[in-house]
Design a binder for this molecule. Structure first.
Ligand SMILES: Cc1ncc(COP(=O)(O)O)c(C=O)c1O
Length: 396
């Protein structure tokens, strides 16, 4: 029995079975590549689900974490700590937002965003029946609040009724949002680019239209940039390409590049009427280790020009994927933004994911027929070529 098989058996015996894991045990990474416990090498086009933007083994990032471990890992939010103060300032600056709350995950960032919007409405006029408009086919996480605004009934089915007062509109259909607005609507929540739902970028007129609608009615616009943010689409946050700004934003995934951390941010206008001491908290949220990661991630983005790199290389990636689609008949469509791409097939993709892995490429799915490519943002032309060569072989 291989070493990997031994670990898989032990894991299956002990984990709660909430994941159908792929049969591979990763041990280490280097740049764009992962290695398993049997020594096999894989090109990574998944980045731990859109997380590891800097690739594996960035020395300065690793050193920043090691240094912080030697200083202090945790203090609680009863006190200030240096990395969280520095990271907060930097994150506000790159996002154009004013106030940040650090969380431990994306789903918690969404929880905080929802609470912030409800509190804003409550401060204006105390009531407990405010409504939120969310989008069909959206994904916002697995905690009860985030699940309640997730537009895939399958995920919510066994866990009803959720937080209540949530209505679902059609993504990229402004009229369907307008039709749900009433005097109780306090927020619209949506991904700027839908991820799990199949990689659908928000159309310009839709995002602009929702922003305008929210402005007219003093409804808060919450953008979920957990997956599409942090440079993935060629700007630090995807909304920055639309010339609009949300009132509240959620980010996570690449924010810590592997260290579990998320954040929700808001404008000063919202903060003035939203959460106050006693309304929200987290023991770990924004601890020195997590925010040392955020700080160094943001430093590395600047130093390596990550956002520019994604922007510059996107046309090449698009061109290569279009060429692939023209050569492989089972590809129905390719779409996406920046380094967040979908390859939609005319059949289920499960088999393709396995074959790709066996051929040395890690890809993930976004729905039954869709291959999702969310590689580390340090990907170069040679990696794009290698990825497309493997995909062509596997799909042909
Ligand atoms: C758009 C979006 N929001 C929220 C989440 C939840 O984030 P986490 O898994 O860190 O809780 C995800 C996770 O995939 C996501 O893609």
């Amino acid at each position: 029995m291989s070493t990997s098989q031994q670990y898989m058996e032990k894991g299956d015996k002990n984990f709660l079975h909430t994941y159908n894991r792929y049969p591979v045990v990763f041990e280490r990474g280097e740049g764009m590549y992962l290695y398993d416990t049997d020594g096999n090498k894989y090109l990574d086009a998944a980045a731990g689900i859109a997380v590891f933007a800097l690739g594996y083994g960035n020395k300065e990032y690793n050193d920043a974490l090691k240094n912080q471990i030697d200083k202090i890992i945790h203090t609680s939010n009863l006190y200030y700590n240096v990395p969280s103060v520095e990271a907060a300032e930097k994150l506000n600056k790159v996002s154009g937002m004013d106030r940040v709350f650090f969380t431990n995950s994306g789903t918690e960032a969404i929880e905080g965003a929802i609470k912030s919007a409800l509190k804003y409405a409550y401060t204006k006029k105390p009531a407990s029946d405010y409504e939120i408009i969310a989008m069909e086919h959206s994904f916002h996480g697995r905690s009860m609040g985030a699940l309640s605004v997730t537009g895939n009934a399958h995920y919510r089915e066994a866990f009803g009724p959720g937080i209540g007062n949530i209505k679902f509109a059609k993504y990229n259909d402004l009229e369907s949002v307008k039709a749900l607005v009433n005097e109780k609507t306090c927020a619209v929540i949506m991904e700027t680019v839908q991820g799990e739902g199949g990689i659908y970028p928000g159309k310009k007129e839709f995002i602009e239209g929702v922003r305008k609608l929210c402005d007219e009615k003093d409804i808060l616009l919450i953008l979920d940039e957990v997956q599409c943010g942090m440079g993935r689409t060629g700007s630090m946050f995807a909304f920055q390409q639309y010339g609009i700004k949300p009132d509240i934003m959620a980010t996570a995934k690449a924010l810590g590049c592997g260290v579990p951390v998320g954040a929700f941010l808001m404008t000063e206008r919202v903060a003035e009427k939203s959460l106050v001491p006693g309304d929200h908290g987290s023991t770990y949220g924004g601890n020195p280790l997590a925010t040392a990661a955020v700080l160094e991630v943001l430093n590395q983005y600047e130093k390596l020009g990550i956002v520019e790199h994604v922007k510059n290389l996107t046309p090449y990636l698009e061109e290569k994927l279009e060429k692939l689609a023209s050569e492989v008949p089972c590809i129905k469509e390719t779409r996406g933004a920046g380094f967040m791409r979908a390859i939609e097939l005319d059949r289920p993709v499960g088999d393709t994911v396995d074959k790709a892995r066996e051929a040395g490429l890690i890809v993930i799915t976004a729905g039954a027929n869709i291959l999702r490519l969310v590689p580390p943002l340090i990907m170069e032309k040679e990696h794009i070529d290698e990825m497309c060569d493997i995909l062509k072989k596997v799909l042909s």
